[in-house]
Design a protein around this ligand. Sequence first.
Ligand SMILES: Nc1ncnc2c1ncn2[C@@H]1O[C@H](COP(=O)(O)OP(=O)(O)OP(=O)(O)O)[C@@H](O)[C@H]1O
Length: 257
Amino acid sequence: MKPFTPEIDWNETVISIRGLYKSFGENHVLRGVDLDLHKGENIVVLGRSGTGKSVLIKIIAGLLKPDAGTVNVLGEEVPTLNSRELRDLRLKVGFCFQHGALYDSMTVGENLAFPLIRNQPSIRKDQRDKMIDIVLDAVGLSQTIDQMPSELSGGQRKRIGIARTLILRPSIMLYDEPTAGLDPITCTEINDLINEVQKRFKTSSIIITHDLTCAKVTGDNIAVLKEGQFIQKGSFDDVFRSNDDLIKEFYDYNFIQ
Ligand SMILES: Nc1ncnc2c1ncn2[C@@H]1O[C@H](COP(=O)(O)OP(=O)(O)OP(=O)(O)O)[C@@H](O)[C@H]1O
C-alpha cells in the first residue's frame, strides 16, 4: 500500500461533489455521486469499463454538464461557470488524456511550448524554455526535447503528456487511465511519476483506472464506482477487505504487486 502522505491537508477540500447525476437518454450513468478531494491528496476512482469514470472527470473539468448535483472545484461551482470562467479554471485543473494527446507534427519542445504560448502569451521565450526544462526534467525526458512524438515509446508519450499538463502548473491533476496499454515495468514508472508529481508540484489528483496496482501504489484513498454510485471509499486495504462481489472480481483479473 502507498505510504502515508504527510503533505495532505485534510482541512482543505479542493473538489467537493454532492448528489451528482448524469444520464445520456435512458443510460443513467451517474446516480448520486458524492466525493471530496483534499489538498495534496491522490484519490483513485476504480470501476469497470463503462461505469462513468471518464464522465465524472469530464464533469469536473467542465467538459460535460451534469443533470443534477453540485460540483465545487477550487471554490467555483463548475456547472454555473461561463466559457471564460471555465477557461480560467482549466488552467488550474490539468487533464491528462489517456493517449497523451500530443501534436504529431510538433517536436516534444514545441508540444510543451504550445499551452504556454496559447494561455500565457506574455511569457518571454527564455522563461518559457526554462519552464520546459523543468517539466522535462520532472518526467525524466530532457533528452527528447527535439524528438517527434512518433519517435517516442508509449510510456514516453504518456510522460510527455503529463509534462504538457504540468507546464501550466495546475493545482489539480485529472489522470484518465494513466497506465492503460503499458507493460508492467512502464506502468510502475508512470505510477512512481504520479507520486513524484504529487510531492514535487504539490498537486491534488483524481486518477481513474481499472488497474489495481496503479490504485494501490498511487491512491491515498480509493473510491469504487458501481452502477452510478460509490460503493466503497477508503484506503486500499480498507476497500479490499470488503466482501462485495465486484471487489472480489477486480482481484480475479488484476495483477497485484
Ligand atoms: N457524450 C456521450 N454521449 C452519450 N453517451 C456517453 C457519452 N459519454 C459517455 N457516454 C456513456 O456513458 C457511459 C460511461 O462512459 P465512460 O466513458 O465514463 O466509462 P468509463 O468508466 O470511463 O469506461 P472505460 O474504462 O471503458 O473508459 C458509457 O455507457 C458511455 O457510452
